[in-house]
Design a protein around this ligand. Sequence first.
Ligand SMILES: [Zn+2]
Length: 512
Amino acid sequence: MPVARTLAVALTGLEGTVVEVEADVAAGLPAFHLVGLPDSSMLQARERVRAAAAQIGAGIAQRRIAVNMQPAWLPKHGSGFDLAIAIAVLAAQGDLEAEDIAGVVHLGELGLDGRIRPVPGTLPALLAARRAGVGRAVVPAADADEARLVEGIGVVPAEDLCEVLRHHGSRAEVHPPAPQQSLPAAARAPDPERRERLDFCDVLGQLQARRAAEVAAAGGHHLLLAGPPGAGKTMIAARIPGILPPLGNRDALDVSAIHSLSGGFDARAGLITDPPFEAPHHTATTASVVGGGPGLARPGAISRAHAGVLFLDEAPEFPSRVLEALREPLETGDVTLHRARGITRYPARFQLVMAANPCPCGHAWGRGDRCTCTPLQRRRYLARLSGPVLDRIDMRVEVGPVDLRRVDAAGEPSAAIARRVRAARERQRRRFAALPWTTNSQIPGSALRGDLAPERGGRRMLEEAVDQGRLTLRGHDRVLRVAWTLADLDGAEIPDGDHIGTALSLRGKDRT
Ligand SMILES: [Zn+2]
């Protein structure tokens, strides 16, 4: 019997590696060996491959079968190798011509009934295959739209194993699996957040918070909205992606690949070009927020928010280990997940928007008559944010209850705000054209004290604030970055005293 080889793709984070799946069928006691660091879910692949082949009439011989996956050192997780294993084995026992399958990538999990189920990460897998020079890929029919986003690679969608065998000119008589009674496995939950258009014209009043949201969007700054429940903090946060510019090509590919891996990517509309918005609940697990999970370390909300907005509602309620884990991505723009089998890295350059009640009961506002918290509870509540994150927040804005008698007109629509944001971003792009950063939020401290230092009057204002203890040294730099964004929104060449004064008031008082 000949040895047969075909291809699959192993993913580590967003990085894919083409894997050669080699099958050898020999006389001897019936056995099915899988070699090449398979994890426990891959051991079940043997059962699925046997059952699926039997269901379509392509039995796997009772012989000594050995399947070897190269490179052997590479960890291989999940069920996406099923199809490649089945095809290699069936070719090795003579049902297929070995040369027909040799250069083709096969992706898909096999159901026991012979159907092919979708796999996470089809987009990054095919990007890796194309980089490796692969010209053709067989993918689950449910992943076909996603696979076709990768240009330059021939995509063959398949519903079941029978279709794949017929595509490769099977010598064995095969038939489609019996019709299924239940819903097709391909059905996926749509992503309502992505399509829904939330507009700032729905937000009444809240001039300062709206202004802060615009500044945050224009310069990529982090924002804390503090105020009682029902004041509209969540409404404002959820509308920030709608005033951000659409994603560039690189970001669109990365964001789409991350969402492909974590599930819920609807590829029918193409790559994701709207900046994402992720709002994990404070009861969510650390793995679901930061990334992780058994086997393949999946991206968490902070990576799904890459190039968009990560919104933490009731931020002080989040466990400290989650808040602590934000420190690294806030500094580096990505997150490193340490697993038993190695390290996975995902992009996580998000804009952080947090909302906080003034106290645990939420009523310590205005005269605070209804607040039932003790002074100690109130102090501890916001102090939970202080260590890892609060100092990295550029703007802290109070959002009070709206007095509807004093609001007479609908708010300005998002489209008008988005135009100003786009113009401000364009000024930054031109100013930083030859530099390694793109938004004001990324200006290093050295540049703020060098080429991008404000005029003397503005410098003196900041120095006074530091001297009086109203501003920390780190806060000093953050205020200056926001002042640059205010200048860009005004079309000014350099921040003046007004811009710095406004940035100082948006920063809020630094606790000492
Ligand atoms: Zn209270």
